[in-house]
Design a protein around this ligand. Sequence first.
Ligand code: PLP
Length: 397
Amino acid sequence: MIDKKLVAWGSSGNIIREIAEYGAEQAKKVGAENVYNFTIGSPSIDPPAIVRETMERYLNTVPAAKLYTYAPAPGYPAVRQKIADYLSETYSVRYRGQDVIVTCGTSTCLAVLTRVLLSGGGKAMTFAPYFMDYKYYAESVGSSLIECPTESGTFQLDVDAAERYITPDTMMLVINTPNNPSGVVFTRERLEGLAALLERKQKEYGHPIYVVADGPYRELVYDGQEAVYIPSIYRNTIDCYSFSKGMSLPGERVGFLAMAEDVDGYADIMAACMGVIRSFGYICVSSFWQQVAVDCIGATSDISRYRENRDLLYGSLTDMGYTCVHPDGAFYLFMKTPEPDAEAFARRAMKENLLVVPGDPFGTPGYVRVAYCVGHDVIKRSLPTWRKLAEEYGLGK
Ligand code: PLP
């Protein structure tokens, strides 16, 4: 018999993709310029120029048979070393090449680490709102995801709430800052408070509590905000990163996990990660793309374009009377819906070809996520529709 839960996950699909597909259909009917699709967190900005130069260099200098060969399962040693050197220099946490595993984006890191860290039992925890796939990863290994609230209204990390939600069953805590879907960047003060709490709880429970730092947006911070590198403040952290967002390479599927040697249970975790990767049938990350992306590590797309989008969207929506959390990072704006049922609002907006995602699957009803990684012109053209809806809901009066 096939597990009914897996069938349900596969059949219901992903609400983000469903709305986006509706948008694609509408674009055929009414013209792409009349559909304002804010559903997908896929960069609209070109990768930095160095990516194309590096691709061309590899294509022109490395024979095809060598370029497209199988890479070692954890990644090429030279690629792992480059990542380790970059992290060590940038964040002052010491990594060696063997502390890094090249993965298919952060999704793989999260799926693999969830399987490994919960293999002896226990639960995962995260802060709501959160990236919905965490739940599937935890449930697919027969565990569950505990959703700890953030501070009401600001979505900032709430250390007191964390203290109430952490139990002896808590084995791993997934932290995503800058956050999808809120755009909030957790402050150093709060993260250090959390780190102190976790140290205390580890001693009390007599087992490690691992932080899985899901950081694909860490370069995407605006106005001098700091995206704290969590491994530098809490030892039992595993860093998860991807080239999908900051380097605009989401479809090429390159990322990595990095774990310093002093993380508790280091050798077993590293070995078990490789075991899970093998059991998932991954073989390796694209040989070509892991070399290209990592040769460009540190380069980012022109992030100022996202900041311009954020400023226009946040400024316009709040002027119209909508309530939004100020997004300091990533490329999402989280907006309180003018009616409590976020899905009803999203469906009303859909009729105007304005596509946003309800907050419910992110663990936060009453909000919609607006992904502003779109062309600036899309935001400009969408404003009259936002205004029409604001008037209809009686906002700004
Ligand atoms: N984590 C968060 C918070 C995300 O928003 C995403 C993608 O949107 C991912 C992980 C997975 O991205 P990727 O596997 O492309 O790195």
